[in-house]
Design a protein around this ligand. Structure first.
Ligand SMILES: Nc1ncnc2c1ncn2[C@@H]1O[C@H](COP(=O)(O)OP(=O)(O)OP(=O)(O)O)[C@@H](O)[C@H]1O
Ligand SMILES: C[C@@](O)(CCOP(=O)(O)OP(=O)(O)O)CC(=O)O
Length: 397
């Protein structure tokens, strides 16, 4: 019997103009456009295998080796429904000889090589990977922007992970969401000098999910209305220009201002939402001190305390040296070879170390060095597939 199977990986993205607020919660239509950088899959990715078979009796999902209910997950159901409908209308209805895969039950097995639901954008890489893998399984004749419309219905930020490089999610105006999609502003090759350092402050599941948090903000924050009407439209234009011009100081200033405003609207939510903690705020002080004679790094924080620091390649060793001063013995993922290329530099002479105390070991658990990189990839299921010959996970938790 023919086996219908696909295995793919997809990257995370970290926004520099944040998405926060929905105007339609079931279609996942945002209240403002947003923009992100796709990060390298060498450090962070989701990997998904999907098999369709007449032997399967129902749709099943395993996430990180644990079986999860599909029916209870409305967003996953929406992604399956949409991609199956596309298979039917775009392929099976047009070509009677095409296999009727849309009627078969499927098994989905997915793994993240980093903590899930800890503010490291696992829902972004996870749903982008799910929809991309479904599109390969069903051989859908769609481009990445078309697919982003489906991935958006899994998790808003996922739509941006269908592209590499610098990606805007255009909010759109149509009620059916057909113009609310991701577009690539520039490929990863445009600005290879841009790198990122992720400080894992906590890898625990967060208190208030993005989904819940953002709707409470929509309901209660007057500042959000100012942000979406007066601030983001111009900031999107300025950010796109900064990226096109590879103007790091401008890119950095806009990134930090946008992170600050996102956390300000969280504080303006009633009751308030706090995602940053004392460690996050210390990182802001440290980067601010580092930038005092000219902007050399940009911090940004999503819906959790973890920091992402964007900076040009040449500043990375210095940034790592500063972070290791304040956060001793944080595990360092040096898969980019930073410390192989350069000896750890001393702190810049003008840097006033008194701006923050040195934190106890474990305050920052891990530091990951990564860079802007490409979009989802197709792998060979025979060698990389996550399902065994019976269609069950090769690895269970
Ligand atoms: N590989 C995956 N395949 C399918 N779904 C996934 C995958 N990884 C994560 N998810 C879904 O995303 C949820 C986690 O999303 P959540 O928004 O809570 O955390 P996060 O994405 O890590 O944080 P944030 O989006 O705020 O940065 C999981 O509970 C699961 O439903
Ligand atoms: C702070 C953010 O990371 C919020 C991400 O929110 P999600 O995409 O996780 O929310 P849902 O659409 O409800 O799944 C900012 C961003 O990535 O733009």
């Amino acid at each position: 019997m023919t086996v219908f199977e696909a295995t793919c990986t997809a990257p995370v993205n970290i926004a520099v103009v944040k998405y926060w607020g929905k105007r339609d919660t079931s279609l996942i239509l945002p209240t403002n456009s947003s923009l992100s950088v796709t990060l390298s899959q060498d450090q962070l990715h989701s990997k998904t295998t999907i098999r369709a078979s007449a032997d399967f009796t129902s749709d099943r999902l395993w996430l990180n080796g644990i079986e999860e209910s599909i029916e209870k997950n409305k967003r996953l159901v929406a992604c399956l429904r949409e991609t199956r409908a596309l298979r039917r209308t775009q392929i099976e209805d047009k070509d009677p000889s095409a296999p009727k895969i849309s009627n078969l039950a499927i098994h989905i097995c997915s793994e993240n090589n980093f903590p899930t639901a800890a503010g490291l954008a696992s829902s972004a890489s996870g749903y982008a990977c799910l929809v991309y893998t479904l599109s390969k399984l069903f051989e859908l004749p769609l481009d990445a922007s078309d697919l982003s419309i489906v991935a958006r219905q899994g998790s808003g930020s996922a739509c941006r992970s269908l592209f590499g490089g610098f990606v805007a999610w255009e909010m759109g105006t149509k009620e059916d969401g057909s113009d609310s999609k991701a577009v690539q502003i520039a490929p990863e090759t445009h600005w290879p000098d841009l790198q990122a350092m992720i400080c894992v402050v906590s890898d625990e599941k967060k208190g208030t999910s993005s989904t819940e948090g953002m709707q409470l903000t929509v309901k209660t924050s007057a500042l959000l209305q100012h942000r979406i009407k007066e601030v983001v439209p111009k900031r999107m234009e300025d950010m796109i220009a900064a990226i096109h011009n590879k103007d790091f100081p401008k890119f950095a200033e806009l990134t930090m201002q946008d992170s600050n405003q996102f956390h300000a609207v969280c504080l303006d939510t009633y009751p308030p939402i706090f995602y940053m903690n004392d460690i996050s705020r210390a990182i802001i002080r440290i980067i601010t001190e580092y930038n005092k004679d000219g902007v050399k790094a940009a911090y940004t924080f999503d819906a959790g305390p973890n920091a992402v620091i964007y900076a040009p390649k040449d500043n990375m060793a210095e940034i790592y040296a500063i972070l290791s001063h304040y956060f001793p013995n944080a595990a360092f993922d040096d898969s980019m070879g930073l410390l192989k290329e350069t000896a750890l530099p001393s702190l810049p002479k003008s840097f006033d170390t008194r701006i923050s105390p040195v934190f106890p070991e474990g305050s920052v658990k891990q530091i990951l060095h990564t860079k802007a990189d490409g979009g989802p990839r197709v792998l060979d299921s025979a060698t990389h597939g996550l399902l065994n010959s019976e269609g069950l996970p090769k690895r269970l938790a």
